[in-house]
Design a protein around this ligand. Structure first.
Ligand SMILES: Nc1ncnc2c1ncn2[C@@H]1O[C@H](COP(=O)(O)OP(=O)(O)OP(=O)(O)O)[C@@H](O)[C@H]1O
Ligand SMILES: Nc1ccn([C@@H]2O[C@H](COP(=O)(O)O)[C@@H](O)[C@H]2O)c(=O)n1
Length: 225
């Protein structure tokens, strides 16, 4: 058992520790998960990057985004691979690094349709569960479906307007268009985006990025006290 006076940064986490951070689009999952993972000296796993890679692969192959049989066959024949590190994730298909092409409006528009396919979700879930713990996993259903026995679970929220304000600096689009797109993605993702009953809900609107990270680290430490 950890000495309660030992700060988290020297804490060594056993191989079973998984922290999940779920939330809606642009709620801060990737930035928060990366900061928490760095502080805990463990990798962070971006499930969203795998779904984006699946959508990119479908677009590249010219496959219909709703053709589950074709998409799952394509993933089996040309598997994706997530390289999960504390400083960031990269998604590969074979030797091709898809990462630079995954945060685009085209992928944003395509990914929810691909993510709605049970066969694609099952393929990605299997890949995620094959990754060696400990890690911080972020997405929509990490704490509900993929890692229901996670050590600590968090669910991030913020208003669509706040999330659009945060995203406007990253995309060449006006804030109203970004907010509309976020609301639409929230609607399309609703099925897999419900918080786990045992997740800590965090409204990130009033908090800085570091404030959210610190709050999560305090709660992870408490779970190990
Ligand atoms: N609490 C916060 N306060 C201010 N800015 C934040 C906060 N959390 C995240 N951000 C910023 O908001 C932007 C979106 O964050 P991030 O990309 O981590 O969200 P996300 O939930 O992973 O998005 P997506 O679901 O689209 O992948 C980033 O520029 C990030 O630095
Ligand atoms: N666990 C997850 C993660 C993501 N998705 C789908 O992927 C899209 C992109 O995710 P980001 O975290 O990069 O925004 C997201 O909009 C979902 O459609 C998912 O279904 N489950």
């Amino acid at each position: 058992m950890r000495n309660a006076r030992q700060p988290h940064r020297t804490q060594t986490y056993n191989a079973t520790v998984i922290v999940t951070i779920d939330g809606v689009a642009a709620s801060g999952k990737s930035s928060v998960a990366s900061g928490v993972a760095r502080a805990l000296h463990v990798p962070y796993v971006s499930s969203g990057l795998l779904y984006r890679a699946a959508a990119r692969a479908a677009l590249n192959a010219g496959l219909p985004l709703t053709d589950e049989a074709a998409l799952t066959a394509h993933l089996r024949a040309h598997p994706l691979r997530l390289d999960a590190r504390a400083d960031g994730n990269r998604a590969y298909q074979g030797d091709t690094d898809l990462t630079p092409h995954l945060h685009t409006d085209e992928v944003d528009d395509a990914v929810s349709a691909v993510a709605a396919l049970p066969g694609v979700r099952a393929w990605i879930d299997d890949h995620l569960r094959s990754l060696p713990a400990p890690f911080v996993a972020e997405g929509r259903d990490m704490g509900t479906n993929v890692f229901p026995h996670a050590t600590a679970k968090f669910y991030l929220t913020a208003s669509p307007r706040v999330r659009a304000q945060r995203r406007v600096n990253e995309r060449d689009a006006d804030i109203d268009a970004i907010e509309t797109a976020l609301r639409e993605r929230d609607r399309r993702d609703a099925r897999q985006s419900q918080p786990a009953p045992d997740a800590h809900l965090i409204d990130t609107g009033p908090l800085t990025l570091q404030g959210v990270i610190d709050l999560i680290l305090q709660r992870v430490q408490a779970a190990h006290a």
